[in-house]
Design a protein around this ligand. Structure first.
Ligand SMILES: Nc1nc2c(ncn2[C@@H]2O[C@H](COP(=O)(O)OP(=O)(O)OP(=O)(O)O)[C@@H](O)[C@H]2O)c(=O)[nH]1
Ligand SMILES: [Mg+2]
Length: 236
């Protein structure tokens, strides 16, 4: 099941869902998690769900950030019996054509990360220098502080086996933005799961607006050492 969080993705959602239809294996599903987008993305999602049997929608009352939206999506996916649960952005930064490679890699790993920072991966388009530094530097910062060898800790294109999400106490995951991506991967590692990174080319969004903010970056900066301290104290 692909969890697709949306906030004002009216211009992208339908194209995204149809592109996923082309690449998903038999039985694959898409769960749109919309936080009451002011641009009406939620009604686009409802229309798609009515037309396409593999699409479901989870409507949430308000925008609380990516973390809470994903957690709600994961709980639904687990309830629905999904064996593999994927995360990806709805703005085509993550290519739908890469989904089968992530799924294939899940044959030999518990958690697969679409990674920009391994051989063959990268960032395309006009991401400014500032944005590149935040992403690359953030990933490096987190791996140093946490002492893990993962190359791309901040990415949001992932494939979890359900056993990973079942083992992580989702109620304890408090991060909302990029920190959420770091926290989940770190918790999976601490729980002893095998992680594989497959190269992806990340493309800057063409339509719609970014939800990235200073608050999201700041949260990641202070949350990372906190995660490490909690883990050291055995209270992660
Ligand atoms: N449901 C929900 N979705 C969100 C929220 N914030 C972001 N999203 C979605 O999460 C995905 C990633 O958000 P983006 O705005 O692309 O953030 P980003 O990838 O960090 O920033 P850009 O690279 O500038 O696009 C997109 O599909 C967004 O619509 C939120 O609070 N709730
Ligand atoms: Mg994006």
């Amino acid at each position: 099941m692909v969890c697709l969080p949306t906030y004002n993705e009216r211009e992208n959602l339908e194209r995204m869902v149809r592109a996923l239809d082309e690449v998903l294996p038999e039985g694959g599903r898409v769960l749109v998690v919309d936080d009451n987008s002011p641009d009406g993305t939620g009604s686009v999602a409802d229309r798609l769900a009515a037309e396409l049997p593999f699409v479901d929608v989870l409507h949430r009352q308000r925008k609380e950030g990516l973390g809470p939206a994903y957690l709600a999506g994961f709980r639904r996916a687990l309830d629905d019996g999904a064996e593999l649960v994927l995360e990806m952005d709805c703005d085509f930064s993550h290519a739908p054509q890469d989904v089968p490679r992530l799924i294939a890699a899940a044959g030999a790993a518990d958690l697969v990360l679409g990674s920009r920072y391994v051989e063959g991966g990268g960032v395309e388009g006009d991401w400014g220098a500032g944005r590149r530094i935040v992403s690359r530097g953030g990933s490096l910062y987190a791996s140093l502080i946490l002492g893990v060898r993962v190359r791309d800790l901040t990415g949001g294109f992932k494939c979890f086996h359900r056993r990973v999400l079942e083992a992580i106490d989702l109620d304890r995951v408090g991060s909302r933005g990029y920190a959420f991506q770091i926290e989940l991967t770190y918790r999976a590692l601490r729980a002893g799961f095998r992680i594989a990174e497959v190269p992806i080319r990340f493309v800057d969004r063409e339509a719609g607006d970014s939800k990235m903010s200073r608050a999201i970056v700041l949260e990641a900066i202070w949350k990372v050492p906190l995660l490490r301290l909690r883990a050291a104290a055995g209270r992660l």
